[in-house]
Write a protein that binds this ligand. Structure first.
Ligand code: IGP
Length: 266
């Protein structure tokens, strides 16, 4: 938990600074000219498990993920080889991303799939920021958000025409997410304390979710076999970063995940 705590206390400062530099009113003006949101929910709901491929330069646990990192060319490859959505890290300090990186990818003519703004969201201000740069969805980590603010945060995303991928670590959090109005729930397979990955644990959590909620298996999936396992467990989608980012042959690795649906082309 230590890392998440550190990131969150940094975010409190960061959001305060941003709010004093760029008032919400200005962000809202920018939203008026942002491109129309794309259907993230629909993209994940398609038959077979959907791949959300992640653009992430580094992570606190793994450091830099590839020497020739180029966010835009990776996103283009993801879209071209079958990812149904793209997750882009907006966090600068810990993951080497940025709102401008999301903006470039979300507005690139070669990337026609929905784009998720991956940030540690603690305040509605960040949700407006996401839409202003053209994002179609935002990540919300249940644990990072004050419990009584979660419904309002999810509603803010929906009101802006975006979807929220609401991330949980326990069954209790998953239930809380659904009660708060989540339509898409992500279960993080990586234990935040031990960094261990356990797909079976995520299946236990998935079981508490009602029909109609889109479920996403997040983190630690290494290959097509893991994708099929997640699919067999009933997940609608999976979120994959490292396994793709570390691959020498990115298109082949993307295909391996994206084409896992009974071996057919997506
Ligand atoms: O790189 P991986 O193990 O395939 O995981 C991707 C994604 O699930 C992970 O980056 C992630 C899941 N939830 C997060 C919250 C913040 C930052 C990162 C994450």
């Amino acid at each position: 938990m230590f890392m998440l705590d550190e990131i969150l206390s940094h975010k409190v400062q960061e959001v305060k600074e941003k709010q004093s530099l760029v008032p919400l009113k200005e962000i809202k003006e920018k939203i008026a000219s942002a491109r129309m949101p794309r259907d993230f929910y629909g993209a994940l709901k398609k038959p077979g498990i959907s791949l959300i491929a992640e653009v992430k330069r580094k992570s606190p646990s793994k450091g830099e993920l590839r020497t020739d990192f180029d966010a835009l060319s990776l996103a283009r490859m993801y879209a071209k080889y079958g990812a149904r959505a793209i997750s882009v890290l907006a966090d600068v300090k810990y993951f080497g991303g940025g709102a401008h990186v999301v903006e470039r990818i979300a507005n690139d003519s070669q990337v026609q799939v929905p784009v998720m703004y991956k940030e540690f969201i603690i305040d509605p201000y960040q949700i407006y920021e996401a839409r202003a740069v053209g994002a179609d969805a935002v990540l919300m980590i249940v644990r990072a958000i004050e419990p009584d603010r979660l419904p309002e945060m999810i509603e803010t995303a929906h009101d802006l025409g975006m979807q929220a991928l609401v991330e949980c670590f326990t069954a209790e959090e998953a239930e809380r997410a659904v009660t708060a109005g989540a339509r898409i729930v992500g279960i993080n397979n990586r234990d935040l304390q031990s960094f261990e990955v356990d797909l079976a644990r995520s299946e236990d959590i998935r079981r508490v979710l009602p029909e109609g909620v889109v479920t996403v298996s997040e983190s630690g999936l290494t290959c097509g076999a893991d994708a099929r396992k997640a699919e067999a467990l009933g997940f609608d989608a999976m979120l994959v970063g490292e396994a793709i980012l570390k691959a020498q042959d990115v298109p082949a690795r993307v295909r391996e995940f994206a084409y896992s649906y009974m071996g057919t082309q997506v």
